[in-house]
Ligand binder design. Structure first.
Ligand SMILES: O=C[C@H](O)COP(=O)(O)O
Length: 251
């Protein structure tokens, strides 16, 4: 099945509002007359979402948030809900990034509640999974990723608006990219897991991004693998021409 590649720039905790607007404008300029045959978006920090969203309104990039809470509102100091980011102009949200899991204690159960809430509110979800170096070296990559996928999707009736991002933790921000074969093997396993849960058609249609030190120099090779449908880009998304080159490699 032909799936449309999807590329997202995760800006993480970088850039003020003014800097975000500057980078978003530079990316749009680098993309020139736009692109066709793939989808691409950027995920600025929360304070920059609304203004950046206004800049993106005329296309071609969509706006994503990096996280959201699983309740609509309430006494959750420092948190932002799905309907708030939706109101700020987001169409997509990244959930369960390994930095959220490792640094902010997000468990599989919390990730699942967030996925469920975000989908219910009408957001498109990018669910992140991936093993640590220790887990890979212990030979349990498949078990870890399968557990994260199953737990993340527990109780979710349909996955039409969902993308999964496979991000081996050892490849994030380290300059160490998984080889395209290593990534392909895990992507195929994720697809099989989703097919087992939701049926072959849903599995075939699911888009699975790769993330972890994607650069203009390795993007095309990764995206050429049969089960890799684009990328979730960290460091390289902070450089307009690098990010635009990665988007073009996916189109
Ligand atoms: O969300 C993006 C990933 O964490 C990848 O980050 P990176 O491209 O800097 O390795």
């Amino acid at each position: 099945m032909k799936r449309t590649n999807i590329v997202v720039g995760n800006w993480k905790m970088n850039l003020t509002i003014a800097e975000s607007l500057e980078l978003a404008s530079a990316v749009i300029a680098e993309l020139g007359s736009g692109f066709s045959g793939c989808e691409a978006g950027i995920a600025p920090t929360c304070p920059a979402l609304y203004e950046t969203g206004k800049l993106l309104a005329s296309g071609p990039l969509f706006l994503a948030a990096q996280n959201c809470h699983y309740e609509n509102d309430g006494a959750f100091t420092g948190e932002v809900s799905a309907r708030m980011i939706l109101g700020a102009g987001c169409s997509h949200v990244i959930i369960g990034h390994s930095e959220r899991r490792q640094l902010f204690g997000e468990t599989d159960e919390i990730v699942n509640r967030k996925v469920s809430k975000a989908l219910k509110e009408g957001l498109k979800v990018i669910l992140c999974v991936g093993e640590t170096l220790e887990e890979r070296e212990s030979g349990i990559t498949g078990d870890v990723v399968t557990r994260q996928v199953k737990a993340g999707l527990a109780g979710i009736a349909g996955i039409g608006d969902l993308v999964i991002a496979y991000e081996p933790v050892w490849a994030i921000g380290t300059g160490k990219t998984a080889t395209s074969e290593q990534a392909q093997e895990v992507h195929a396993l994720i697809r099989k897991t989703v097919s087992d849960l939701y049926g072959a058609e849903a599995g075939d249609g699911l888009r699975i991004q790769y993330g972890g030190s994607v650069k203009p120099s390795n993007a095309a090779e990764l995206f050429a693998m049969p089960d890799i449908d684009g990328g979730l880009i960290g460091g390289a998304s902070l450089n307009a021409s690098d990010f635009a080159a990665i988007v073009k490699a996916a189109c």
